[in-house]
Write a protein of this length. Structure first.
Length: 97
């Protein structure tokens, strides 16, 4: 029988919280706002499934290029190509420069 290939396959360690961070994250993470041109890190919060980017983009840094509904469009360079990642603000963190 063929194994299923969902969006969360092979993410047992990647999408796992540390014991003291388990449970729901603070509500203020949902109300973050970002401006276009701002650098952000993609840090997936596994306790919030809505608006979660694909696991390949975990830990990458990109630039906010636009807003799509309640989510943000983030431009990320992956393997010499530019990809657009659509993610809600719970999964984004401002880059400290």
């Amino acid at each position: 029988m063929q194994a299923s290939r969902g969006t969360r396959t092979k993410t047992r360690q990647l999408l796992q919280k540390k014991p003291r961070q388990r449970g729901m994250s603070p509500i203020t993470r949902e109300f973050q706002t970002f401006n276009e041109g701002e650098k952000v890190n993609i840090v997936i919060d596994p306790s919030i499934h809505k608006g979660m980017p694909f696991s390949r983009f975990q830990g990458l840094t990109g630039v906010v290029t636009g807003i799509r509904g309640a989510a943000y469009e983030v431009s990320v360079n992956v393997g010499g190509k530019t990809k657009i990642v659509v993610s809600r603000p719970e999964h984004l963190v401002k880059t400290v420069e």
